[in-house]
Design a protein around this ligand. Sequence first.
Ligand code: SAM
Length: 244
Amino acid sequence: MNLHDAALQLGLALQPDQLAAFERYRLELIEWNRRFNLTSVDDPAAIETAHFLDSLSALLALPRIDGRPLEEWLKRPLAGVDVGAGAGFPGLPLKIAWPALRLTLVEATGKKCRFLQHAVDVLGLQDVTVVNARAEDFGQGSGRERFDLALARAVASLPTLLEYTLPLLRLGGWLVAQKGRYPGEEISAAQEALRTLGGSLHDVVAVTVPGLDAERHLVIVAKAAPTPAAYPRRAGIPKKHPLG
Ligand code: SAM
């Protein structure tokens, strides 16, 4: 199945310019991956399913937040942050599909940030900022309470991820965390972090990614109360000593 038809299964009608952007992104990823180890997935077909479509599947969380259809969400110029973006997932596919999104990509590794900035430049994406920082430092600095939507895939277990992301959200903002199998244990372990950081579990949505034979879930968390100033703790601490 081609990307256009697969994306349609997710409810997204990608236009020719968007499909061309995905193709260019794929070529750049393969090219840079020869020199720097950006991703272990670099087979062209696997990039499409495991990276592009899996990233796009995060959009399925949006209608579950407030019942608005996806096409309405995609018109909103929200401020989104992808924490631990790596080679750009899920943030850059979302930006291609959602041009109005004002996107910030936070990534701790410099060489990945160089790739991210290069990809943003060659794809001609507007309103994308690449921040080479630890999420903890960004959350105690210029990123604090600035975002409507936080996204993350394959970055940390939920208690740690909540400490990375909730400080970045304004009150009333949302976290969409992409997970594999139903993350029941992570959710149980995250109760203390939710209470402490001002989060409220809203929903866990099972999604099917076209062409991907893997269980996928989206964990949706609301920023329901302010995060105390002491959080996030110093860089490295949320991972070493998760709340709870
Ligand atoms: N999200 C991408 C994806 O799904 O392909 C990358 C996943 S990779 C396994 C995790 C990324 O998160 C790495 O690039 C790592 O440098 C970054 N990372 C981990 N902890 C971080 C932190 N505290 N702040 C910023 N980036 C972080």
